[in-house]
Design a protein. Sequence first.
Length: 283
Amino acid sequence: MTYSAGTQATQHLPDALIVGAPKAGTTALHAALARHPQVHASPVKEPKFYMCGEAPLPAFCGPGDAHSQQEWIWRRDDYEKLFTDAPKGQVRLESTPFYLNSADARRRISEELPDVKLIAVIRDPIDGAYSNWMHLWVDGLEPEADFVTACHAESKRIAAGWAPFWHYRQLGRYGEQLEDLTRRCDRERILVFRYRDLVSTPAQTLARVADFLRIDPSAVTSNRPTTRDGSSVVDLRHGSPVGQSPPAPGSGSTPHRISGDTPAVLCWPRDGSVDSASARAEH
């Protein structure tokens, strides 16, 4: 089945959005879809345009927020430039996993993109919150060494103006978020699946996504071949190189080899087929 792109009012807006959730494999999914010959993925992942209201953002004041906020794209012209190079007939894809949690983003998307297809990957909220906290702790940004204490500090952090990535508990309130999203957008335009589907059955899950986007799913394979030369591999757990864990905060050491589960690593090689490789990683 051929997807008919350009359904939005302008040819320079997305046909599909990965709207959530943080720490649920959206980077791997975006990278995999970007390699599909019928997809034009925005060169900037997480531009956060629909969270901005087309106006400069207030200055978030959490650790590292001033730096990360420079990556937000709030000018419409700059946002549309992400899609100007999309060949005719390709699905224009953008991925900002914070859209699902943002009431304003959900409203703007429903009003400005009436035909857009929405993909939400959800994860056990506790696992997602812990992964989020660990990400910031390993990066040396999270000042609280205890995960539970950091969660209890969330309300104060929100009141103080910390950026959305610090909202560990709120980001996992999928029921409220999806209820509002389905109220605003037609249910048939929304695809929701679990992070563990990406981990345990990556090829089948990518085929499901391809069918939803109406792009060719026939190249998807369910086996686990070795990674092909030139393909891009992304660890679904924490984005580290395959088979390695991140160093301890402030250790200055290189990643070390660890044991554990064998979650999937997604890649879509240049010939258009889908590979899934295995990597050892921890929660």
